[in-house]
Structure formats: C-alpha cells, structure tokens
Design a protein around this ligand. Structure first.
Ligand code: UN1
Length: 493
C-alpha cells in the first residue's frame, strides 16, 4: 500500500510522530487507498514557520500574477476532472455525478479567484481637506489556517484556499482525515501550476493537528468548516487569541411544500436535497414541511420514489446514493433512529443499515423517512448528517415559516409554491443565509456568498466577492500634498 506524506517547507516529508492511518473506501472497506500521516504539533510548528517565509515572498507578488497561478490551477483541474472525480468517489463515496460537480465547483472558484487578482478593489474618496488624497486598499494578512470537512473534499478547500492565496496569504492546510488523498492531489496541482513551495503547507491528521493550527500564534486567521461543536471550540480559541475567524457549521434545513406547489418538481427537489451526498451536506434537506392539503399524497409519492433509490458504489453506473463516510456515522444515525422512535415519530421508510449484494462491505444506510415529527423534538432540531428526513405537517404558510425558523441553525431553506408574493415574503422572512424558491436546499453557486445565520456561522461568507474581504485587511492611505499642516475635523469647520 502506498504511503503518503505531509508537504512542509517545500518537501514531501514524514510526520514527526511516525504515525500513519489507513484510508479506506467507504463503499468497500477492503479497498485500501493508502497510508496517510497522523501528524502532531511539531509538524504544524514547522509548517507555520515555513508558511511565514512563503508569505514574505507571496505578499510581494502582484495580485494579478497570484491570480494567474490560480488560472493555471483551474486549467489543470479541467484537464484532470474525470480522474479527480474518480479518486474522490473512491475515498468519500458520493456518486461520480456529484464528485464531478465537486471538481466543477473548484474550477469555477479558481477562475473567479484568478480574475479577482485584477480587482481586489479599494476605494478612492474625496478628503474633507484640500489637496489631500484619501483611499483604501486591500492587504494580505499572513498565514491562513484552513481546516476542511470530508463532504466536499475539493470544493470546500478551494473556496477557502483560492481567495486566501489571491489575497496574498500563505496557507497551512489540514484536510479532513477521511479524505486525505484528495487533499494530497490538490496540493500537487497547486505546485504544478507554479505556486511557490513555501506558500502552501499540507499537514495531515486528526483534531490534534487542527488544534495546533488554531492555537499557533503564527497563524493569523482561521477558516473552519465542520461541526458546530468543534467550531465553538475553534471560536473560543480564536477569540482569546484575537484571530480572524470564519466558521461554517451545522444546518437543519427545511423544504416547505405548500398546497399550490408543483408536486413532481417538489418531489425531485426533496429527493436530491435529502439523499444527495447521502444527506451529508450542511445544506442537506433534513426537514420536509408539508401543508395539510397535499401532505398525505406527497408523503406517499415520496416514500414510493425514495424506496427505489439505488444504493451502491458511487463509481458504478446507476448508483443514486453512496455510503456514509465511516462506521461512527452509522452509529450516530442509528442513535437518531432510536430517538425518533422514542419521540413517537412514525418511521415510514428505512431506519436500518443497508445490507445485501455489494453493500455489506461498506457503510450503507437505507434512505430513512420519519413522518409525524413534532416540531421541537430532537429529531426535528438536531443535525444528523445522514440520509434521514423528518416530515412535519402544517396548516398554512405562517406555521411553515415559524417551524422553518424554530431551530438553532440557519443555513438554507426552500419553498415550493406558485404564489409569487409568498416567494418574496419567504426570502425576506426565513432566517437562513440562503433561500431557494422552487428549488431544493442544496445547489449554491461559487460566485454568490455562501453561509448561514445563527449557530450555522459567525457572520462571514464563503464564495462571492464577500470572501475576499475576509482574507484581506483594509488599509487606508492619506496623501496630503498641501504643504502645510491640515487638521482633520478642525481646520475646515
Ligand atoms: C455543504 O453543504 O457542505 O450548495 C456545502 C451546495 C454545494 C455546497 C454545499 N454547492 O449544496
């Protein structure tokens, strides 16, 4: 089996701990992908020192030239799209159509970031004093600590690393320990595209590495996507150390279907939203809010279609739903099925680990639907991160909106209706970072800001132009060419 290494100080090196872990295919645990480092704080120390050197060089590289490296990264990703999708499906499990989408999201982000190197706008505004120039500009910050999850092994690292780089920062990157192979190949691509060696560092490992990155005084900013539990700890540390921090955490996203909705459209939407990526997205549809008039009919249609979803190896044609990421996910989902039953929700589909031809070797779970879920119950409130959908019955749009907003998370929401007034009202009133009308809760595009309110995030966004503000500092310059002392707020009044 192949052994992989960290990339620190411009070389592929063994971890200081001497420890490695096996990376296996979640669809077939007898398929071993390779051994990847379980690094420690000493590796992070070396990585940060090297990144600080990289930063000195990179911040002096003109932003359009930094962007040009990302353009080449995008071109390489286009040329290797199929291969990248295949290796991602092998280590993460979602079907090839989805991993191709994951690569595409990275490509879109690369080209957006590349051109941003020619913008990175500041402002020039009139000064209140004569013969004085006033302007703002964007400056790089320093070493960025980037900690990413398993569910979008390529797209999420690109959302963070590309804007960090085009803004002139150096990066210490820790991919999720379940998807280190994608992280490895991604860093190879950055180097092949001409990124100077010390500008990127790759440190594989588990939470210990993440903690060391967050706590290191040489890391000026941190971007984290993962659970709300871990994110809160990251937040405490960054608060104490005054670090800039972007958090993207949990979701408990709802699709609302009202009586006037086009039911077939809403059905396609919820199947994709709830069971795409086996429910392992922060944007996954985990609640389905149905209005009384269509509730029974829609639920029957849904169960019928969900039953027919084909579970299997995402690399085989015809697979709709892949495995979940590891054994602990299965246990967590099983616990929530227990909780649902204790709370007297009605299990109308699934609820078990999937078995049978080709499934026994992997971490497969049956698409699971609970009906008659009470708002306020744990099943309805807590993030499960698996293929479990909770159906809630409501009498009207007001109640649906209230239930949508009645959870601690606020990432995305979706409303199916033909009523244009309600559509606009929903965008205004639903407490989420993203609201879709007549489309599912997943499907964010790279050039729009991505993120959520309440316990989902801390106010920052990924994607769009907003993210470039996070990865750069505003610097103001005044030039007074009057030749005499001009006192602001005094001499002109
Ligand atoms: C995530 O859910 O973890 O909107 C990220 C989507 C994707 C990104 C999701 N473009 O579903």
């Amino acid at each position: 089996m192949k052994t992989f290494h960290n990339y620190i100080a411009g070389a592929w090196v063994e971890p200081s701990t001497g420890k490695y872990q096996d990376n296996v295919n979640p669809a077939d645990t007898t398929d071993h992908i390779g051994k990847f480092p379980l690094s420690g704080a000493a590796d992070v120390q070396r990585a940060v020192e090297s990144a600080a050197r990289g930063f000195e060089l990179w911040k002096r590289t003109p932003a359009p030239a930094r962007g040009d490296v990302l353009r080449r990264v995008g071109e390489i990703m286009i040329a290797r799209k199929e291969e990248l999708a295949d290796l991602m499906t092998r280590e993460m499990g979602k079907p090839l159509a989805e991993t191709r989408g994951d690569v595409q999201e990275g490509i879109d982000t690369a080209f957006y970031a590349a051109t941003e190197g020619r913008r990175l706008f500041g402002h020039t505004v009139p000064s209140e004093l004569r013969n004085k120039w006033a302007m703002s500009m964007r400056r790089p910050i320093g070493v960025a600590g980037i900690i990413t999850p398993f569910n979008f092994p390529l797209a999420i690292p690109t959302w963070k690393i590309f804007p960090a780089l085009v803004c002139g920062n150096a990066v210490v990157f820790k991919p999720a320990e379940d998807v280190p192979h994608t992280g490895h190949v991604f860093v190879e691509i950055l180097l092949e595209a001409g990124l100077p060696p010390e500008v990127i560092q790759l440190v594989h490992g588990d939470g210990e590495v993440g903690k060391a990155i967050v706590e290191h005084p040489g890391v000026a900013l941190v971007s984290f996507t993962g659970s709300t539990e871990t994110g809160s700890k990251v937040g405490e540390t960054c608060g104490r150390l005054h670090k800039r921090l972007s958090l993207e955490m949990g979701g408990k996203n709802a699709q609302i279907v009202l009586d006037d909705a086009k039911l077939d459209l809403a059905l396609d939407g919820v199947l994709w939203g709830a069971f795409g990526t086996t429910g392992q997205r922060c944007t996954a549809t985990s609640r389905l809010i149905l209005q009384d008039g269509i509730h029974d009919k829609f639920l029957a249609m849904l169960v019928d279609r969900a039953k027919k979803l084909k579970l299997g190896d995402g690399r085989k044609a015809g697979t709709d739903v892949g495995p979940v990421i590891h054994a602990e996910s299965i246990s967590k989902i099983e616990r929530y099925v227990e909780i649902g039953l204790e709370e007297k929700a009605e299990l109308v589909l699934g609820g078990r680990r999937a078995t049978g031809a080709g499934l026994d070797k992997g971490f497969f779970f049956e698409p699971t639907i609970f009906a008659a879920v009470r708002s306020g119950s744990r099943l309805e409130q807590e993030e499960i991160f698996g293929p479990v959908l909770s159906v809630i019955r409501v009498k009207d749009a007001d109640e649906a909106f209230r239930i949508n907003n009645g959870v601690k998370y606020g990432l995305s929401s979706s409303l199916y209706t033909q009523d244009v007034n309600l559509a606009f009202r929903a965008i205004n009133e639903l407490d989420n970072g993203i609201t879709y009308i007549n489309a599912p809760t997943i499907g964010a595009e790279a050039h729009l800001p991505f993120g959520g309110v309440k316990a989902t995030g801390n106010g920052h966004r990924e994607g769009g132009w907003e993210v470039y503000e996070f990865y750069s500092e505003t610097k103001v310059g005044y030039v007074d060419y009057s030749g005499s002392l001009q006192r602001a707020q005094i001499d002109n009044y």
